[in-house]
Every structure is written in C-alpha cells, then in structure tokens.
Design a protein around this ligand. Structure first.
Ligand code: ADP
Ligand code: TRP
Length: 321
C-alpha cells in the first residue's frame, strides 16, 4: 500500500497545507512505503523567477523535514529530478479529452480570476496524474480542493489500461473530513492566493499580529454568544489545543464573559507552542543545508528506480519499445 503526495513550492506553507496534506502524510509513515515530493515543475505556472523557485523549494524541504518527514522511512525528492514524469504526462495527455480538462475547477477558477491561461495551467491535471501514476501509488492524502484532480487521475489510469492493457495502478484520494477545509483569517478557505494564511513557520511578531487582527463582531465580552461554535478563533483553536481546553473556551464564549482579545491571545499561544519542537528542528536543518541537499539527492535516486520500472512498463504497453 503506497502513499504519495506533493506540495507545490509556490510560496510559504500554511496551516491549511499542514493539516490538509502534511499531517496525514506524516502519520501515514507508520504504515510505511511513503513517497513525498516537492512539485517544482508545478510551480512553473505561477513562479517565473528562478531564484524564487530555488528558495521556495528549499524552504518546503526544510518544512517537511522539520514537521516529521523521516527520509529513512519515506522517499523524499524534488519532482524535476525524475523527468520521466514529463514523458508519462505526454502518454496520458494523448488519451485525455479536452472536455475533461476544460471542466477542471482549478483551471476554471484561475481563468475566472483573470489569470491568462497557458498550456501549463490547462495541462496541470495531466502532470499531476503522471506524478501519481509514475510511482504505482495507492493512496493520495490531499485537501478537498484536490478531489477532482484525483478523480481525473483515476480516469486517466483507467483509460490507459483500457487502451493498452493493465499497466497503471488506479489510486484513491485520502481526504480527512475534519481537516478537509481549514478556514483562513477571513473565514474563507485558507490559501496562498487569498492572502489569508497563518504560516507554519515565520516571525513571531508578524504571526501574533495576524492572529490578533482577526476581525470579530462588535458584541461586548459580557454578552452570551450562542453561535460560539461558528467563531473563527474557536474553529482554529480546535486544531491546536487539547479537546477539553478548546471546549472550555467555546463554553466560556457561549456563556458570555470571555473577550475576543483574550480568545485570540490564547489561540496565538496554542498555535505557537504547537510548532515549537518543529521550529527548533527547522533551525537546525537550516544550519545544515548540505544534509538537506543530500537527503533530496538520495530520495531522487530511490524515486527514479521506481519510476524507471513503471515508465518501462508503460512504454512497452503502448508500443514505444
Ligand atoms: P494553496 O491553496 O495555499 O495554494 P496548495 O494548493 O499548494 O495550497 O495546497 C497544497 C496541499 O495543501 C493540497 O493537498 C491542498 O489540498 C492542501 N490545502 C491547501 N489549503 C488547504 C486548506 N485551507 N485546508 C485543507 N487543506 C488545504
Ligand atoms: N496539485 C497539488 C496542489 O496544488 C500539488 C500536487 C502536484 C500533488 N502533484 C501532486 C498532490 C500529486 C498530490 C499528488 O496542492
């Protein structure tokens, strides 16, 4: 049972990425056979500065390792170190109807926002399918926004197998209900592109200010708040505080007497402490970048060994060899 997931290095990682994708991926290490990668080819549709891509890629490598990715158990690599993925993309793309790609939410959302579409943006679900299918993946932990891409991946694998015989493993998405959508500072889905993120790692003052700046309503502290469970700070606190502590805050808010300032202060403290050990590990890793490079190089060798088998199978199946 192989688990695989990737994160695009298009910016700094936030707690939506952490609970939606990284945490389930890190937990899956207990089951063994995990493949995790930094999707640097995917960042090319949004980042066009080479230095920025390198910096983001390294930053995400540090984030993953600091948060508990164990490179001894898991294969951890940079997507572009295994360029066979582009070859599989072509094989899959040649079987993918335009209509399927035209229906992709991410493509429709981005073009609706005025981003001028290019081939990369349009073909992105095919590259993502190749990422998954190149490694005989069974499970893919992702946030809910990636559900459609996983369905498209399954379609492509099935089509390939129908055309050329059983070759590719048909994978399944692993989407945890309780963390399917982490809300951002404005209550919408947390996303780099909405500017509403709480980063996993960052400057303490900046992050404190972000959390203390969450906009609440104008009810006085004393007023009871029957809708306490809908409060954004309470919702986010539930990810960081032990259940009884979070429930206590929620009850105090509901009963009246707890001010929003105190609630946000508690949220900040719980969030900050939650990542304290990871923060220390990240600082150590940042002081030892040669080690991080070596980890990625070793991961690329291991990933490539698997990829070569699968691409070989696929080439033979479709008559390229
Ligand atoms: P962003 O929306 O910030 O650009 P990405 O699309 O790079 O994030 O997402 C990387 C991974 O993190 C994906 O698996 C995605 O589903 C997950 N993810 C991103 N935002 C959230 C969120 N707010 N809640 C849950 N999971 C999320
Ligand atoms: N498209 C994913 C995102 O934006 C990142 C990604 C690329 C990915 N390839 C993948 C996730 C393969 C899981 C499996 O979040």
């Amino acid at each position: 049972m192989r688990t695989l997931t990737g994160i695009t290095p298009s910016g700094t990682l936030h707690i939506g990425n952490y609970f939606g994708a990284m945490r389930p991926a890190i937990d899956a290490q207990a089951r063994g056979d995990c493949y995790y990668f930094i999707a640097d080819y995917h960042s090319m549709t949004s980042v066009t500065d080479a230095a920025e891509r390198r910096k983001n890629t390294l930053g995400i490598a540090l984030d993953w390792l600091a948060c508990g990715l164990d490179p001894k158990t898991s294969v951890f690599w940079r997507q572009s170190d295994v360029p066979e993925v582009c070859e599989l993309m072509w094989m899959l793309g040649s079987l993918t109807p335009m209509g399927l790609l035209e229906r992709a939410h991410s493509y429709k959302d981005k073009t609706a926002k005025g981003i001028s579409p290019n081939f990369g943006l349009f073909a992105y679900p095919v590259l993502m399918a190749a990422d998954i299918l190149l490694y005989d993946t069974h499970r893919v932990p992702v946030g809910k926004d990636q559900k459609q891409h996983l369905e498209m991946t399954r379609d492509m694998a099935i089509k390939f197998n129908e055309a050329y015989g059983e070759t590719l493993v048909v994978p399944e998405a692993e989407i945890r209900d309780e963390v399917a959508v982490i809300p951002g500072l404005d209550g919408q889905k947390m996303s780099k592109s909405y500017g509403n993120t709480i980063e996993i790692f960052g400057d303490e003052r900046v992050l404190r200010k972000k959390i203390m700046g969450i906009v609440m309503d104008s009810r006085t502290p004393a007023e009871p708040k029957p809708d306490a469970d809908k409060n954004l700070a309470i919702q986010v606190l539930k990810f960081f505080a032990p259940p009884d502590v979070a429930a206590d805050f929620e009850n105090r808010l509901r009963a009246g007497g707890l001010g929003y300032g105190d609630l946000k202060k508690a949220l900040f403290e719980h969030y900050w402490n939650y990542f304290a050990a990871a923060r220390a590990r990240r600082a150590e890793l940042a002081a030892n970048l040669d080690h991080v490079e070596a980890v990625l190089r070793d991961g690329a060798l291991r990933a490539r060994a698997t990829a070569e088998q699968v691409i070989g199978r696929a080439r033979r199946a479709c008559g390229l060899r």
